[in-house]
Each structure stands twice: as C-alpha cells, then as structure tokens.
Design a protein around this ligand. Structure first.
Ligand code: G1P
Ligand code: ZN
Length: 542
C-alpha cells in the first residue's frame, strides 16, 4: 500500500469552534476540504503510534468522511482507531469510548442539532483524551495549521469494512469496529437502577422517545426497549437517516412538535423525551407538562441521590450563566457548591475533571454529569426514569413538589434570528454603555438591583473569560440576560433569556410567557431591541 502525499493549498475559513468545524455538507465534500482539515488536526495533535476513537451521527457524508479519516490516520502512522459499527457513535458514547480505552482522543463527525443532507450541514470535532472537546488553544492551533499546510498524506487503499464488528487492518493500522451501543449501555447500567425502572415499565408505565431519525435511535431501542422492557414502539423515529428524514433534529417544543402534541393530547403516555442529531441534547416532557431544561437540571440535582451512581451525593452543580438559578437553590439547600459558567459545555470540563461539580447543565437542552465530558441526552432521560421509578410520582407531581419547596423560576428564551450583524453589535454596545446607570432605577415597576457584563474566572486554571453576556437583575431574583449567539450561521442571533422568580407554593400560573411579561417589556425597553433591529417579536421561543 502506498502513502500518497498530495499537494494542496490552504483553504480559508477552516476555523473550528468548540463544537468543531461546521460547514455546509457540499463545502466539506469540496476538493481537498475534508483532507486539509483532517491533516491540520493530525499535525496539531500528533498521530504516530496513537489511538483514536472515530464515529458520527450518521448524517449524509458520515460514511465517506470516515473512510478518508481512517486512510489519513493510517498514513500518519496511527496505531489504532476504534470505530463505531457503520461509522456511528453518539457524541456522549464517543466521549465514553475515549475515556474507557484511555485513547489519545477522538474525532466525532456531526453538526449536532443542525439538519443533515447534501444541502444541509456537516461537521468534525476533535475531543481530547479526557473525552471533552478540544479547548480553544488547540482549535486555534488547528486553524493556524490550515492556513499553512501545503500537502496531506493519505493511504492509497480500498475502503475498510465498517459494516461488521471485529478487528481489521488498514496498512499498518488496526481498525477495531465496535458495537456503538454496548459500552455506553453498560455505563448507563452502572449508574442507574435498571431493576427499578424495569419494574416501573412492567407495571404499565408508558413512554415515548423521539429520536428524530438521528443517532440515539439504536441506543434508545437497546436500552429502553430491550434492557428496560419498555413496550416495543416506545422509540419512534429510531433509525438514523442521512437526512434525518427531513427533520430538524433539535429537541425543543418547536422542532419536536409531534412529541409535544402527543404529550398534551388525550391518552398521553407518562413520560416523553427527545434528543438531537448527535445525542447530547435532551428534552423531557410529562403528561400535559413541559419540563424546562433549567427546571430539569434543578430536579435532577435535588433527586440524583436516588440513582446508584450518585447515591453518595453531588460534589457541586454547575450551570451556564443564562440558565435559571433554580439549580442554585437546590445546591444551597443541599449545602453543596454551585458554579455559574459562561455559555458552552467546555467551561464545565475543568470543574468535572477537578471533582468540583458532578452535575451540570445549560438552558439549551443540555444536561450531563462527570460520567463523560459531553452533555448526554439519554443519560438525562434515564436519570429522570430512575427518579420516577423510585418516587413513584408523575412528572407533574415531582415538578409541583419541587416548586412548592424551592419556589419557581419562570423561564424562557427568545431568539431573534438573522439580524444584520452591525445592528446587533450596535445594540449590544449601546446596552453595555448604559449598564452603570441602571442600578437603582425602576423599569416596569421593578427596581434594577445590578447590571453587568458577565465575566468568569475559571476556579481551576484561573483563566478569565470576559464579555460573556449582559445581565440585568431586578429585586426579588428576576432578571434578563442578552448575548449574541456564537453558533448561528446567518447574520447575528440575539438570545434574550428571561427569568422571574416566584417564591412559595402559589406561583404565577401555568404560562411562563404570561408570568414573564413584565420582564419581557423591561428588556425591550432597556435594550431598545426594536429601535436597533426593527424586531419586536422573537422568531423562536423556548
Ligand atoms: C448554543 C447554546 C449553548 C450551547 C451551544 C452548543 O450556543 O446556546 O448553550 O452550549 O449552542 O450546543 P450559542 O448559539 O448560544 O452561542
Ligand atoms: Zn448535539
């Protein structure tokens, strides 16, 4: 077999973020595009004698990209690559395999919750030996390398068979094709009380899991239906398809509307859940009641000790700044540490590695723990099931008891999409400029207690992240937060996060939008959203 050295030249714009390099699939399929980026990754992390994990969420081009990556790894002298059968692995399962096998990292092919297909999105992400996404210094080095390389190396060889499990070779490199599900399922079985959950299903408990034609289908079928005895057909949209069946695999009330309709309809099952393209996000719904991700994190923190894997209690709970403070109230009651980090899963990594936090979560449908170094959709679903099985109460009963004990943090996020970037920047600049003058003023009858631009000092390595979002706090624990998305693809996306705290069991009714109305008005007034952007209503409400 010959190692080909192919002359190439830098391709502009191959800048990976912490969720990797994401582009249109056709861009990735362009001449040398994938190869250049993979060469840059291998040049930065080194390949000789190393072992990696490889898999993806099954979207269009996943299978072809896997063969290219394997041929390139072999050409650079990698010792071994562990690949999910069919080149499939969910993001949390890849994180687990990296850790379980103590590998030198892994490559995950996914564009997360973005649609897939020849005209949609593709992506590649490198994860470190701890199982977590490459930090900025590493992704910056990869980006720098894409700007200077002049050749890539690839083995001239036929495809390796990824359809059957077992050990193969590719040149001098070992390719271990593994079942994508079994090690992950074993990890879940070590954390949760499968016997109790099995008994609950045997007792007639009904669930709907919408895998949105993405990667969690095989995982959910094996764990929920085969191992836990959920009725066949519990998992819907359970076969990963290259175009996700045309679905937008983002588990929120907008994109998982069929699930929402079922959970709020006649004869709704006891519990509903959905996950995203690569399996790291989750949405949970009870019969006739939606669980906001912020509330989910708080309920999981308050009840995690009911699961064997967390029976010893939690070291701490971490949430991203825009996530509601509901989890903080639980942490305070438990007497454990709580952490408030900037948006993005990467900020949890140090806290988890250092044993400071056990559970973490974001309002953007991400929840996880120290069992891997990614958020984990099915893990959250299983922890909920474990809690439901032990408490023998409905989702509604659990939520209502939680709110009665801790008070309720009404919460919503309003997204304003595709705003011209200059207008969005001008709005944020003007808002930042008036922060100092806000405290002590009354808006919509509410007193502003504090206003700042969130800055974070990592308690483990001391690194400082500035300008992570503007927050305006009102007396009584209500607030709004504004920041511009770091993952949007068209113009700027303004995210307006709204929170209103209602102490005691009475609450402010069922509808968060109604409860949040004064905060919404105050945010529009203070930030002059319509004046700068021309928009007075959001495109997406979660
Ligand atoms: C969004 C979410 C954020 C999440 C990220 C990656 O980022 O808001 O919580 O970590 O996707 O899944 P944003 O577009 O807001 O920068
Ligand atoms: Zn994802």
């Amino acid at each position: 077999m010959t190692i080909l050295t192919i002359a190439t030249q830098p391709i502009a714009g191959q800048k990976p973020g912490t969720s990797g390099l994401r582009k249109k699939t056709r861009v990735f399929m362009g001449r040398h595009y994938l190869e250049n980026f993979v060469q840059a990754v291998f040049d930065v992390v080194g390949c000789q004698g190393k072992t990696f994990v490889l898999g993806g969420d099954g979207r269009y081009f996943n299978d072809r990209a896997a063969q290219v990556i394997l041929r390139m790894a072999a050409a650079q002298g990698a010792a071994r690559v562990i690949v999910g059968q069919g080149a499939l692995l969910s993001t949390p399962a890849a994180s687990h395999l990296i850790r379980l096998n103590a590998t030198d990292g892994g490559l995950i092919m996914s564009a997360s919750h973005n649609p897939g297909g020849p005209d949609e999105d593709f992506g590649i992400k490198f994860n470190m030996p701890n199982g977590g996404p490459a930090p900025e210094a590493v992704t910056e080095a990869m980006f720098a390398r894409t700007a200077s390389l002049s050749e890539y190396r690839i083995l001239e060889v036929q495809d390796v068979d990824l359809g059957s499990i077992g050990r193969k070779t590719l040149g001098g490199m070992i390719v271990d094709v593994v079942d994508p599900v079994s090690d992950y399922a074993a990890l879940m079985e070590s954390l949760f009380d499968f016997a109790a959950i099995r008994a609950m299903f045997a007792g007639g408990f009904r669930m709907r899991m919408d895998s949105m034609c993405a990667i969690t289908g095989p995982y959910a079928r094996e764990i929920l239906e085969n191992r836990l005895g959920a009725a066949p057909g519990t998992v819907v949209n359970g076969t990963p398809l290259p175009d996700f069946g045309g679905m937008h695999p983002d588990p929120n009330p907008t994109w998982a509307k069929a699930l929402m309709d079922e959970m709020f309809g006649a004869d709704a099952p006891d519990f509903g859940a959905a996950s995203d393209g690569d399996g790291d996000r989750n949405m949970v719904v009870g019969r006739g009641i939606y669980v906001s991700p912020s509330d989910s994190l708080a309920v999981l923190a308050a009840n995690a000790h009911l699961a064997p894997g967390y029976a010893k209690g939690l070291a701490g709970v971490a949430r991203s700044m825009p996530t509601s403070a509901a989890a903080d109230r639980v942490a305070a009651a438990l007497g454990i540490a709580s952490f408030e980090t900037p948006t993005g899963w990467k900020f949890f990594g140090n806290l988890l590695d250092a044993g400071k936090a056990t559970l973490c979560g974001e309002e953007s449908f991400g929840t996880g723990s120290d069992h891997v170094r990614e958020k984990d959709g099915l893990w959250a679903v299983l922890l909920w099931l474990n809690i439901l099985a032990v408490r023998k109460q409905s989702v509604r009963e659990i939520l209502e008891a939680h709110w009665a004990q801790f008070g309720r943090n009404y919460y919503s996020r309003h997204d304003f999409e595709a705003i011209p970037t200059d207008k969005a920047d001008a709005m944020m600049a003007a808002l930042r400029g008036k922060l100092a003058s806000l405290p002590g003023t009354a808006v919509e009858g509410m007193l502003v207690e504090a206003a700042d631009d969130f800055a974070y000092t990592d308690p483990v390595d001391g690194s400082v992240s500035l300008k992570q979002g503007v927050r305006v706090l009102f007396q009584g624990g209500s607030r709004f937060v504004m920041r511009l998305s770091g993952t949007g693809t068209e113009g700027a996306t303004l995210r307006l996060y709204l929170e209103r705290y209602a102490p005691g069991p009475k609450g402010l009714g069922e509808d968060p939008q109604a409860a949040l109305a004064p905060i919404i008005r105050a945010a529009h007034e203070i930030a002059v959203i319509e004046g700068f952007t021309g928009r007075n209503a959001p495109d997406v409400v979660t």
